[in-house]
Design a protein around this ligand. Structure first.
Ligand code: 5GP
Length: 120
């Protein structure tokens, strides 16, 4: 079950400009910024601008143009940050078992080092 969206979450505050973020990319659909506690030499978060709790909420409720815009933004950020040639990792944590801490959909882009077979 998807929780109701809580617009006091930290990424909602970043989207409203209430707290700063180290932004690397922004367009109509997405905002990308460096993770405050990086787990790799490059650790960027990409979030949709709309109020979606998680991947489930987003994939069920967002319109096609919004989904396409977000997916393209994630790819753009990977390319613009030099992640594509060496390779990188794309991850979304979802809900309790997924250890999602911030209830606004975000995908993690990890790069700049070799990863193992499992998680960072
Ligand atoms: P989750 O576990 O929900 O997938 O990941 C949440 C991520 O958000 C963590 O990697 C954490 O370091 C990052 N994070 C939490 N608060 C902030 C913040 O205020 N600014 C930024 N840039 N990242 C944050």
């Amino acid at each position: 079950a998807t929780l109701p969206y809580d617009d006091t979450n930290i990424f909602a505050r970043i989207l409203r400009g209430e707290i700063p973020a180290n932004t690397v990319y922004e367009d109509d659909h997405a905002l990308a910024f460096h993770d405050i506690n990086p787990q790799a030499p490059i650790h960027i978060l990409v979030i949709p601008k709309g109020s979606y709790v998680s991947w489930d909420d987003f994939s069920a409720k967002a319109d096609d143009a919004t989904i396409a815009g977000f997916v393209r933004a994630v790819g753009h950020v990977a390319r613009e940050n030099g992640l594509v040639a060496p390779g990188y990792r794309l991850l979304a944590n979802i809900g309790g078992h997924g250890h999602q801490e911030v209830p606004h959909l975000h995908v993690h882009l990890f790069g700049g080092r070799q990863f193992g077979a499992m998680l960072p």
